[in-house]
Design a protein around this ligand. Structure first.
Ligand SMILES: [Zn+2]
Length: 420
């Protein structure tokens, strides 16, 4: 019956985050809130957003619309989680405990832990198994108000499994209401069979996998783990330039553990985003700001690994667009929890609640090249939003670690309802 037509009225506030491009500096604090707000979504697209009385004045046809009275509730754009590794085989709970007991990363690797553990399990998993696990994780994300998620390959490190991961995401995108944006991360680590032959491995990726990914449009972005003892700046540049040539957008895992110059490289190559950035140089941050590269910060990972947090305050004050994401993955940060990310960003990274909201909505969309179609409640954008069980967005970090989302609407349809 519902064709994607919804009228939300009497909301205590509609947090629109209005805009069609990444927000920087003080813009990140301006959420463009409409009190006593209403939203009309028609055939999945936002048709009107304004004060309730104004919207209702021009709206007669209530029969064809599902009407939601959002009295005492806040309405926000759907969250955009722009950095995850959510399709993987196996789990690493044992390794988490090893880490807690102080065992070093090198020792964990020797015990068979680390990313190679996930690579083995992902290679061994069938497409169906990865799909079934993927559905569960997407359902969990949905309950936190996530309506678009980015997912990376990178647990195959060979042709067969990299393609398998991307195809699973394709399948999930078709069947699950959450939109999935796919990133090829074949250069996530060096597989055992290429140990000490990093350049040979990159040749293999560039000649054997990347062309197929590009030609079959299996991914929109190409990413690389640019880090000391993984892939150097030169190697990262070589792969990313090829990817750009083949029409993919660029992302970089940059300056997480060592200040290697990943931020500068992202600016030089015109990457859409550079991610992690715990050790990014001030020069690199300023160059990213100038080049319009989104800084995607992943405080859940810093928290879980007891790393220092990225300099969000410095980035925002220097007009670099900041996005926040979960980095959901089986090793360093196994979480879909948006409230956890809010808590870490506001308590440990000196971001205001308003900045954190911009970072998880419009700037998350910008980190996926989608600021024109999602990430805010603007006429013409997709009808993706959530209704909180509280009257203000300020409850999100205040209700520590617990989701305040009551309903999630995707393309004008209610796809999650806590009350049901
Ligand atoms: Zn990552």
């Amino acid at each position: 019956m519902n064709k994607g037509n919804i009228l939300i009225k009497n909301a205590s506030e509609v947090v629109t985050c209005s805009g069609f491009e990444a927000k920087t500096g003080k813009e990140m604090s301006d959420l463009k809130i409409i009190s006593d707000g209403a939203v009309i979504i028609e055939k999945g697209i936002i048709k009107a957003v304004d004060k309730t009385d104004k919207v209702l004045r021009f709206f007669e046809d209530t029969n064809n619309y599902q009407v939601i009275d959002a009295s005492g509730k806040s309405v926000l754009p759907g969250f955009v989680d722009s950095h995850t590794h959510f399709v993987f085989g196996g789990y690493r709970a044992e390794e988490f405990c090893w880490r807690l007991s102080g065992i070093s990363y090198m020792d964990i690797m020797q015990r068979g832990g680390g990313i190679i553990n996930t690579v083995k399990a992902t290679r061994a998993a069938s497409q169906k198994e990865l799909y079934n696990e993927g559905i569960k994780r997407l359902n969990s994300m949905l309950s936190f108000g996530i309506t678009t998620v980015e997912g990376k390959s990178g647990y195959g490190l060979n042709y067969e499994t990299e393609i398998k991961q991307l195809e699973v995401m394709d399948e999930l995108d078709k069947t699950h209401p959450i939109d999935i944006v796919k990133t090829f991360l074949g250069a996530h680590a060096v597989p055992e069979e290429y140990k000490g032959k990093e350049d040979k491995f990159l040749d293999y990726i560039i000649t054997e996998i990347l062309p197929v990914v590009a030609e079959k449009r299996l991914a929109e972005f190409c990413d690389i783990f640019c880090e000391k003892n993984v892939f150097s700046i030169e190697q990262s540049k070589r792969l990313l330039l090829k990817a750009k040539e083949m029409g993919l957008g660029l992302k970089i895992h940059a300056d997480e553990i060592v200040q290697l110059g990943g931020a500068e490289l992202a600016a030089e190559l015109g990457a859409v985003s550079a991610d992690h950035l715990l050790q990014a140089s001030e020069r690199g941050i300023k160059e990213m700001a100038r080049a319009g590269v989104v800084a995607t910060l992943l405080p859940g990972t810093a928290f879980s690994l007891k790393e220092p947090y990225a300099k969000a305050r410095y980035m925002i004050d220097n007009h670099c667009a900041v996005a926040l994401a979960t980095d959901m993955n089986p090793g360093s940060c196994f979480t879909e929890s948006i409230p956890l990310i809010f808590a870490l960003a506001t308590i440990y990274m000196n971001m205001s609640v308003e900045e954190a909201i911009s970072a998880l909505t419009i700037n998350g969309a910008a980190a996926l090249n989608r600021a024109e179609t999602i990430g805010s409640i603007d006429v013409g954008k997709k009808g993706d939003m959530s209704i909180l069980e509280f009257p203000s967005y300020k409850y999100i970090p205040y209700h520590l670690g617990v989701s305040c989302v009551e309903k999630v609407i995707k393309n004008g349809k209610i796809i999650f309802d806590k009350e049901r």
